[in-house]
Write a protein that binds this ligand. Structure first.
Ligand code: EPU
Length: 337
């Protein structure tokens, strides 16, 4: 176990706002997790910080699980279950599975962050989400110091949502994820950007296309700090969508199985003229306005002002409230709403 004090927050969040973190505890095994002090206050859990912004200096201890092993179990001739520890980098895992011709997560290439963070917001891209392949999640409870294996249905996955964002928030830490993959080709090419690929595409061709598409639209956080999509795509009722479409005939919408319609937040923000809009060093990325970026000296107040301006304009034009997808943290680890 490594305990680090008074750390620069920019090392722990890809949005790189400058502030301090009082304590960061790095743990790589269950035995050490049992020793983490949870009496004075419940620790805050962090992966690689690609979906977390520290708005203020953090007083609560932060725990990162850094164990990163992969164990492979063949269920039959074709189906393979990978047990992956939470500290493994997600994109590296995708690359390994593509090299080994194991289908299932190739569409999720280049998503930043750790394997342990993936179930929290049920990461998704290009028509695939973690829930499609997740066999289980191993969760260590702070209070009982015990490990629980949650089945996929117990994870209660939804669009960028799971039980870990609701009643398990703050209760423990994800230590491993089980992922079902197969040797049988299973291309998912329905999402725009991939539709032009032939149905016979190899797993490597799909992986390369996803990488090229993401690189053409999304900034690399190592060159331009960001947290990917900043807001969720809002879900509205079909009746509201039809009413809005009469007023705005070009408004895109994707029907969901539960009769709701998903509207691209990027479109709403774009229509309100925010592309490239900047408040000091915080801006809406010109190529994809759903991504907010930090040009270097970004401050929390500028970010909060930009969020508020976007939410206010979108709400007044369409009566739709945009909800941040990114976790915005206050001093004591509470989420800013
Ligand atoms: N659009 C515009 N203007 C733009 C860009 C997009 O109007 O400048 C509109 C277009 O109508 C476009 C639509 O927005 O068709 C959707 O854009 P895109 O396909 O790029 O996807 P997205 O909905 O903005 C989601 C995920 C991404 C994921 C992509 C690809 C969310 C919040 N975001 O973005 O995930 O990579 O689909 O599957 O669901 C992330 O979560 O950090 C992330 C990057």
């Amino acid at each position: 176990m490594h305990i680090l004090h008074d750390q620069p927050a920019e090392l722990y969040s890809t949005f790189r706002l400058k502030t301090r973190l009082a304590t960061v505890i790095e743990v790589n095994c269950l035995a050490d997790l049992e020793k983490v002090d949870t009496c004075s206050s419940t620790p805050l859990v962090l992966g690689e910080g690609s979906n977390t912004v520290f708005l203020q200096a953090q007083t609560r201890s932060i725990v990162r699980f850094t164990g990163a092993s992969i164990t492979e179990k063949w269920l039959d001739d074709n189906c393979c279950l990978l047990h992956v520890e939470a500290g493994h980098n997600w994109h590296q895992l995708v690359t390994t599975t593509v090299e080994r011709q194991l289908w299932g997560i190739e569409n999720l290439a280049l998503i930043p962050g750790s394997v342990g963070a993936a179930p929290v917001q049920n990461i998704g891209a290009y028509g695939v989400e973690l829930a499609d392949v997740c066999a289980y999640v191993d969760y260590f409870h702070w209070q009982t110091k015990s490990l629980q294996r949650l089945t996929t249905s117990e994870c209660n996955f939804g669009y960028r949502d799971s039980v870990f964002k609701h009643h398990l928030t703050g209760k423990g830490i994800i230590v491993a994820v089980g992922i079902n993959l197969t040797k049988i080709a299973k291309p998912v090419l329905s999402y725009q950007g991939l539709v032009n690929l032939p149905a016979t595409s190899s797993i490597y061709e799909i992986y390369q296309k996803v990488i090229a598409t993401r690189n053409s639209k999304l900034p690399d956080y190592r060159q331009l700090p960001n947290c990917g999509s900043f807001f969720k795509n809002p879900l509205i009722s079909r009746a509201d969508y039809q009413r809005l479409q009469r007023a705005y005939p070009t408004m895109p919408g994707y029907a969901q199985p539960d009769s709701q319609v998903k509207v691209p937040a990027a479109w709403l923000i774009d229509q309100q003229g925010f592309k490239g809009h900047q408040i000091n060093d915080i801006a809406c990325y010109p190529k994809q306005p759903l991504v907010l970026v930090n040009y270097g000296g970004g401050r929390a107040e500028d970010l909060l002002q930009l969020i508020a301006e976007i939410q206010a304009k979108v709400s007044s034009a369409y009566q739709i409230s945009l909800e941040p997808e990114v976790r915005l943290l206050m001093r004591d680890g509470q989420q800013y709403v």
